[in-house]
Write a protein that binds this ligand. Structure first.
Ligand code: CA
Length: 230
């Protein structure tokens, strides 16, 4: 049973999409805005996202960019404007396919089935191995010599975003928005608290981080150190 998140600001079309998908046996979450879509995507972990590009508030394009910080869930875009520019922008930002409005429900369903069949691309390695632990991105686990690290969902989410961008600085704002949502950005105290917990669970010397580095005033960076000897 696949779970589909529908994002559309026209109430009638949103209801119609929901009814058609449920009639075909899908579990459905409905979001009337991009803000709600990001919350539901994090909470419900959909197998596919159907996304209207023309949304009030944060745009469909911003929703795609925000999702792509942490998930490779297939995204099928609905584009009202028959504009190549919008579609190309959406595909460049990480959408998988698009359907132009107005569309036939049969055509949309066929595109969704195709997107669900497609194997999720794994550009990043499914696991990142360091000298002290292994981050299994597919299984969403961190394995230490003492067994599974007991990370909370928020801690895992932070680890995942940083590990997927290993070696690169991820700004505090990007981390907050990827993990807590687009309305966040200044709550750097959240990050300090959770990063301290993560270090306590994963770093051999939490006060002298080897893997999860703070870039003061900027953000955080994960270094996948592999050698046993410093
Ligand atoms: Ca719209």
């Amino acid at each position: 049973m696949s779970r589909i998140l529908c994002v559309e600001d026209e109430p009638h079309l949103l209801r119609t999409l929901g009814a058609n998908l449920r009639a075909r046996g899908y579990d459905v979450d409905l979001a009337p805005s991009g803000e709600r879509a990001l919350e539901l995507a994090a909470a419900a972990k959909p197998d596919l996202v159907v996304l209207d590009l023309g949304l009030p508030g944060i745009s469909g394009l911003e929703v795609i960019r925000s999702l792509r910080h942490w998930t490779s869930v297939p995204i099928v875009v609905l584009s009202a404007r028959d504009s190549e520019f919008d579609k190309i922008g959406a595909l460049d930002a990480g959408a998988d396919d698009y359907v132009s409005k107005p569309f036939g429900m049969g055509e949309l369903m066929a595109r969704l089935r195709a997107a669900l069949r497609r194997p999720v691309p794994t550009e990043e390695p499914p696991a990142v191995v360091t000298a002290d632990f292994t981050v299994d991105l597919a299984a969403q686990r961190v394995i230490t010599p003492a067994g599974d690290a007991r990370l909370t969902p928020t801690e895992w989410h932070l680890v995942e975003v940083l590990v997927r961008r290993a070696g690169r600085l991820v700004s505090s704002r990007e981390l907050l928005q990827a993990v807590w949502g687009p309305q966040y950005g200044d709550e750097t105290n959240y990050l300090r608290v959770h990063m301290a917990h993560i270090r306590r669970k994963l770093e051999p010397e939490p006060s002298r981080p080897r893997y999860f580095h703070t870039e003061p005033g900027m953000g955080y960076r994960f270094e996948p150190v592999e050698d046993e000897h410093r």
